[in-house]
Write a protein that binds this ligand. Sequence first.
Ligand code: F6P
Length: 537
Amino acid sequence: MDVSPPSGPLTRLPEWLELSAHRAATGELDLASLFLEDSGRAARLRVEHEDLLLDYSKNLVTDETLALLAQLARATQLPERIEALFAGARLNVSEDRPAFHVALRAPAGSESKIEGEDVGERVQGVLARMEKFCLKVRSGRWTGHTGKRIRRVVNIGIGGSDLGPRMACRALRPYASSDLQVDFLANLDGDDFATRVESLDPAETLFVVCSKTFATEETLANARAARDWLVGALGDEAAVARHFVAASADAGAAGRFGIDPVYCFEFWDWVGGRFSLASSAGLSLMLSVGPEAFREVLGGMHAMDAHFRRAPLEANMPVLLGLLGVWYGGFLDAETHCVAPYSEGLGEFPAYLQQLEMESNGKSVGIMGAPLDHHTAPIVWGQTGTPGQHAFFQLLHQGTRRVPCDFIAFARAHHRVADHHDRLMAHCFAQSEALAFGSPGEPHQACPGNRPSNTLLAPLLTPRVLGQLVALYEHKVFVQATVWGVNAFDQWGVQLGKDLAARIFAEIETGTGPGPDHDGSTRGLIRRYLDARQAGD
Ligand code: F6P
């Protein structure tokens, strides 16, 4: 199946040009008029699947805009590329491998083939091993080196090996075991390590080294510090095998670190870090909430996968979210996208989406390496409501920039604290209403309105709902990558900084100081650092 992007620049496609003409003809749409003139708008511009309701009626679009966007998606072969994604095709062209994360959540027994090889059984095999291990730890049958029960877990990882499980553990705290606390260690700043271990008893602590490559500097530095700390406290190298397990594609490297290969849970080569929550990278989540709830997350993801694969583009939730983003970035000059979950549990969701969207689609060359003549990923940012309301919402309401927002809300809460939840939801609905319709008044009081947003509403933040949300945004990213013609599954841009840091670290460590190849500014900073460091000794 040929799923290469159309030849020539996106902005020269007739479907793009039609959207440009449509934008020029409609001018600045007015949400208040759109609602006034069309009583069916709210009921029509919404889509529901399983637990999620997406209301996208408060967007600056008409039915024609949506039809033209769907036409653009077809012109960029979105339906064919969706099929290719589910067929395990080598969509990650620059790394010559598939991006087959959907296989991780396909139900047992279903066929998941990469070039004729069924990987489904191997996926289920790793899941089963993870489950067995988690049950042992959670029941107390897996003990530490001194025979003590494991009560604390620390996931050591960064990027996709941190943000997904970190976000999900916080979201699913109501489902977590009270006997096992799971924490996350990502930063190379030793403060993170020091504060993390402060409250730990080494004899009761399990470290999950989560690294697809087992080569990431930050993760290895933290894992080594943790190993030294543990061995120092327990006085025996042999303790490492009882207190360290791994999620990695490189069992050899994990073994050299001291991790028993039986407890190195395979991380597939064909799963990108930021799409890896359903893989062994979710081990710390499974330890926290248990295998059953983890399976529920996978079930929710699969439900969204099935919707994405089968629903017509016009009623397809990830497609709609993706195309609306294409519209705002390409035709309405939006540079950023705000995500505001009205849920403390989703406090890490904006940070998780930052990597998912920006590392995937923050590209300026197309799949075949040609420079692009249009914008790609927006700057994704956000915070929970209501704290965000008292921080940056002023700019959303009265600032000079257009910032499309996603609001995420839940009909019910896990807590029973007074009338907090009704109040919280009142704020959520009020914000999207205020952004869309504004209010008249003196210049400094007036809110102009006409500021677009989506609202996602689900019954309760359950494991299954979380799975649906995660897969929704994963597929949104794929939709946008397809239209923009970029490879969502590589991240060459992060390499340069890593290489330079390795060089500078060597210059600092050996005391040679900055080499002549650095620019004057960087040389000056390194020298000043070395001097200041010495002065502090
Ligand atoms: O930031 C670059 C990156 O390669 C991410 O894509 C990835 O999620 C992260 O580093 C961690 O990589 P690993 O799991 O191999 O340690």
